[in-house]
Design a protein around this ligand. Structure first.
Ligand code: ADP
Length: 412
């Protein structure tokens, strides 16, 4: 009975935003989704999308708690609130402690708090969302889904930095990796789409959005990834630099007189596509400018693609076999030119672009963009909210049969 199915609410709290989606556990698309943004300011507002209709309401000065109250008021108005059986909370950093999604207890909250030193902008905001949701929905189950958890299968030789090990012991300095929920979801969908053996496959997943990371997945497990202790390491991103000589940073700090905070802001907010192009962090803007002859935009896109292809080369090494390179994220799903530029550099893998298929692939569609043969180049839309809802439902409704799976036909 579809109208009696428990609902799974997904909550993703950023420092000044609250993103949400409400799923019926028997239906593929969310019943409601939306975003409260600019929280804590006079411009705070909350947007609801339901059945193709959008409603945006100002919530002047609202913080996370008030935004959550506005969300619940909307859900009450539409008769949905009482059907919420579980809330899935996105948590950015789970450190070494959280290797999978877990039901939230006082102990788990203390653990998330302990990991806040590793993600000082994100984990405290995630905890605010968890507290608000638990207070408002005390009878629902609450589940934490961690960005880092999927990568806890990466072996020590891949996650250690060659730094004095006392920093690992004392401060937890090692590579953790991020975007784990997206990589896990996309890898599972790719296995299903390509008809691969869940116990014998190899994939390299490229999550290319404002943040960007690449993960080598062997038989459903992350074996290496491009991000590290923080999401700055690895690929070139919108405003983050990705891999850079640590010596270059100390050199710049000395020459330009930057302190640690200024250096942190430079690598996080002023670098990447923005720093290279001196124009924009946005791929669409850069593609349009490059088409009109903007040399900086062209060069930024070339560096972006080159680094992605080089990372694919590096991540090929730990995989016993490679069945596909999978593109996802705003850029991976939509930019035919970035995909073409990356695949053109992957001839050494025996991969060749199918230009027609590539041009046609955008806006949430899945399919191969390489000529037949393996490894394939595949586009697979990500859906982190759906993955979080799946985990939350699987944990909270473990005893009940739930028609809710990323692998089910209903997901299409
Ligand atoms: P976030 O990491 O913030 O979730 P997204 O996954 O939404 O980011 O990706 C945002 C990026 O996707 C931006 O650089 C944007 O320009 C790019 N993008 C979105 N649509 C297109 C498109 N049609 N062509 C090229 N790039 C696109």
């Amino acid at each position: 009975m579809a109208n009696c199915s428990p609902l799974a609410l997904v909550v993703n709290c950023g420092s000044s935003s609250l993103k949400f989606a409400l799923f019926d556990t028997s239906l593929p698309s969310p019943l409601v989704d939306g975003l409260a943004e600019r929280l804590g300011s006079d411009e705070a507002s909350i947007r609801f999308d339901r059945n193709g209709t959008r409603r945006t309401t100002p919530i002047v000065g609202a913080g996370h708690q008030q935004a959550f109250d506005a969300l619940l008021a909307f859900l009450t108005e539409h008769g949905l609130r009482d059907r919420i059986g579980v809330v899935g909370h996105r948590v950015v950093h789970g450190g070494e402690r959280f290797t999978r999604s877990v039901e939230i207890t006082a102990e788990v909250m203390a653990g998330i708090d302990d990991c806040a030193v590793l993600a000082p902008l994100h984990n405290p905001a995630n905890l605010v969302g968890i507290r608000a949701a638990m207070a408002a929905l005390p009878d629902a189950g609450h589940v934490a889904v961690f960005d880092t958890a999927f990568h806890q299968t990466i072996p020590e030789e891949a996650y250690l930095y060659a730094l004095p090990q006392r920093f690992r012991r004392d401060f937890g300095v090692r590579r953790y990796g991020f975007h784990g929920t997206s990589h896990r979801y996309v890898a599972a969908r790719a296995v299903e789409f390509l008809g691969l053996d869940p116990k014998d496959h190899g994939l390299i997943v490229l999550h290319l959005g404002n943040g960007a990371s690449a993960t080598a997945v062997s038989n459903g497990k992350s074996v290496d990834t491009s991000m590290g202790l923080t999401p700055v390491e690895g690929l070139v991103m919108g405003t983050r630099c990705g891999d850079v000589d640590a010596g270059a940073l100390t050199y710049i700090a000395r020459r330009a007189g930057l302190d640690v905070d200024a250096l942190d802001a430079m690598v996080n907010k002023e670098s990447g596509l923005l720093g290279l192009s001196e124009l924009s962090n946005d791929c669409r803007t850069l593609e349009a400018a490059a088409a009109e002859g903007h040399a900086g935009a062209r060069m930024a896109l070339d560096v972006f693609a080159y680094r992605i292809a080089r990372t694919v080369g590096a991540l090929r090494m730990p995989l016993p076999r490679l069945d596909a390179v999978v593109f996802t994220g705003g850029i991976g799903e939509n930019s035919a030119s970035v995909r073409a530029s990356v695949i053109a550099r992957l001839g050494f893998l025996g991969m060749h672009l199918d230009e027609d298929a590539n041009r046609a692939m955008r806006g949430g569609t899945a399919g191969c963009v390489s000529r037949s043969g393996r490894p394939a180049a595949l586009v697979m839309p990500t859906d982190e909210e759906r993955m979080i809802a799946c985990d939350a439902a699987a944990i909270a409704f473990a005893d009940a049969p739930v028609a809710f799976s990323v692998f089910s036909e209903a997901a299409e």
